[in-house]
Design a protein around this ligand. Structure first.
Ligand code: C5P
Length: 240
């Protein structure tokens, strides 16, 4: 990993899955001067455009821009060169776009001074089962092996880490090295509502397994006291 990349310390990222700017800024205003690390996904980005990234960055938040790019190398490279200057600390793509696309993404993301946001890869979506992977994608290897293979290809292309299930974080670190980032959604408080997530774990367990950054949306955004929920998540995950 290059020394021009700023590696984030372990933290909780709040998934700001809101339909628009007003809902998002009203939510962030509740933190009164505290600046949680936030994730901006497709819904908010497509609703508000790049300006929402700049605006949240200018308010002092670190940002994971979760747009999961997947296209031919030239297109992804050019798109990344647009995203690199919005103020995001981390962006992502689909490893299924293959090594030439991942390498082109890094080229596009790298600024003239050599710095760039972190770049991580989605391996297999956590919504994909062994069965659908075999039937729809004609991939017949065990899904765990596919995840680790994609993680290795991402590492070898020069990426900084992967999005994966917290339950996969230990094996990704074993295969790709401890400094290869694992960013893990699918985290719930003990006894909390699981919603549509399939393979979930708690912030405490994610810490034990070795996740570097956990992504939590609804357990924080839908809580009547989101600031309290965020603090609880951080205490549990950081062990403080
Ligand atoms: O509300 P919840 O905690 O389930 O939010 C999880 C967030 O992480 C959502 O924004 C979801 O899109 C994202 N995500 C995920 N699983 C993946 C990749 C991203 O849940 N494999």
């Amino acid at each position: 990993m290059s020394d021009t990349i700023r590696i984030p310390s372990r933290d909780v990222i709040i998934a700001c899955d809101f339909p628009g700017r007003d809902e998002t800024l009203t939510f962030l205003d509740r933190f009164h001067g505290e600046k949680p690390f936030v994730k901006i996904g497709m819904e908010l980005f497509y609703a508000c455009g790049p300006e929402i990234v700049r605006e949240i960055h200018d308010r002092g938040h670190r940002i994971f821009l979760d747009l999961k790019l997947h296209d031919i190398p030239n297109t992804v490279s050019r798109a990344m060169s647009v995203l690199r200057d919005l103020g995001a600390d981390m962006v992502n793509l689909h490893a299924a776009g293959t090594s030439p696309m991942m390498k082109a993404a890094i080229e596009g993301l790298t600024r003239p001074d050599g710095t760039r946001p972190l770049l991580i890869a989605v391996t297999q979506l956590t919504s994909t089962s062994q069965e659908t992977m075999e039937e729809d994608l004609m991939i017949h290897a065990p899904i765990q092996d596919v995840v680790l293979h994609y993680a290795l290809r991402a590492r070898d292309a020069g990426l900084d880490g992967v999005v994966c299930s917290p339950l996969e974080a230990a094996s990704v670190h074993e295969t790709c090295g401890r400094s290869f980032l694992t960013v893990t959604p699918g985290v719930r408080f003990a006894g909390g509502d699981v919603g549509d997530q399939k393979r979930v774990t708690t912030p405490e367990r994610a810490r034990e397994i070795g996740s570097d950054l956990i992504v939590m949306g609804r357990p924080i955004t839908a809580d009547p006291d989101p600031v309290g929920a965020w603090k609880r998540a951080r205490e549990a995950f950081l062990g403080t």
